[in-house]
Design a protein around this ligand. Structure first.
Ligand code: HEC
Ligand code: HEC
Length: 244
């Protein structure tokens, strides 16, 4: 088994994996379900309770990645059949993102906890009728290999950005931005530079009420050079061996 499949989420369709996935996911439910961040914006508050309920339900489901492959077809129109998005960062890499993270983001877009016209529409489309569908499509996207695909920054702010990252972010997202499936912490390694850069503004400008107060405070404290540098660092860590 490859080193970077910590929770047994497979990327080859072997026969053992369904059982492994369901056992691993049962262990994640408590960690992620319990960590619902406080909801701040008015628009967000109505959907908060629904989102928490649907997230709990989706994380309790036993995902079927084979079924998820069929549900993924409309996603591929934007994210690509390989789940690698668009290098300019307009569409993020979702290949190899942690299962728990993908499920939570889909739920959040559905219930006004994260705002983006395209994803609000995509996450509510007819094919995704209920929490089982969310679990299935997320399981499939999580099996796609990430690779390094993104454009990165120009390197001028890299040293300062890397230092800021290690000071403020590394304790949760990991030294290479690998994240943590069990704690629902996103993999940032190898994400497109433009997408990462944009998240700093989406968070402080209130388009991601799903993000906790901590991110808002941290991201507000950075100047532009640090934002450029942190995004640059993370977009490059996908080059490291051992991270797909
Ligand atoms: C019309 C284009 C489009 C379609 C179709 C689409 N997406 Fe997206 N997706 C986007 C864009 C654009 C973003 C970035 C939105 C933002 O900035 O919040 C995104 C973001 C996401 C994210 C958040 C990634 C992260 O790192 O937090 C996930 C997960 C996701 N999409 C999964 C899916 C899945 C699964 C499907 C199919 C059910 C799908 N998308 C269909 C365009 C699309
Ligand atoms: C206490 C742990 C913790 C710390 C510290 C932390 N994060 Fe996060 N981060 C998370 C979690 C959990 C999420 C998922 C939030 C959600 O539910 O959508 C997240 C989400 C993100 C996302 C969205 C990822 C995506 O795919 O859209 C970005 C970008 C991010 N964090 C960057 C940072 C940066 C930069 C720092 C340091 C300034 C940082 N984080 C510090 C835990 C942390």
């Amino acid at each position: 088994m490859r080193k970077n499949l910590p929770m047994g989420i497979p990327h080859k369709r072997d026969s053992w994996w369904l059982l492994t996935v369901s056992v691993a996911l049962a262990m994640m439910v408590a960690a992620v379900g319990a960590a619902s961040p406080p909801v701040t914006a008015d628009r967000a508050s109505a959907g908060g309770a629904k989102a928490r309920a649907e997230l709990r339900e989706a994380l309790r489901a036993t995902p079927d990645a084979r079924r998820g492959q069929a549900l993924f077809a409309p996603c591929a129109a934007c994210h690509g059949a390989d789940g690698r998005g668009v290098t300019d960062g307009s569409v993020p890499v979702i290949a190899g993102q942690h299962y728990t993270v993908i499920v939570k983001q889909l739920v959040d877009y559905r219930h006004e906890q994260r705002w983006d016209m395209q994803m609000e529409h995509a996450s509510r489309m007819a094919g995704l009728a209920g929490s089982q569908d969310l679990a299935d499509v997320a399981a499939f996207a999580a099996t796609l290999p990430r690779g390094f695909v993104g454009a990165h920054g120009d390197g001028t702010s890299l040293a300062r950005g890397t230092a800021s990252y290690f000071e403020r972010c590394e304790r949760c997202h990991g030294p290479l931005g690998e994240g943590d499936a069990e704690r629902g912490i996103p993999r940032l390694a190898g994400q497109h530079y433009g997408y990462l850069y944009r998240q700093f503004f989406d968070v402080v400008e209130g388009r991601r009420p799903n993000m906790d107060q901590l991110h808002d405070t941290l991201m507000r404290s950075f100047d532009r050079e640090q934002i450029v540098g942190i995004s640059d660092y993370l977009s490059r860590t996908g080059l490291e061996p051992g991270i797909r």
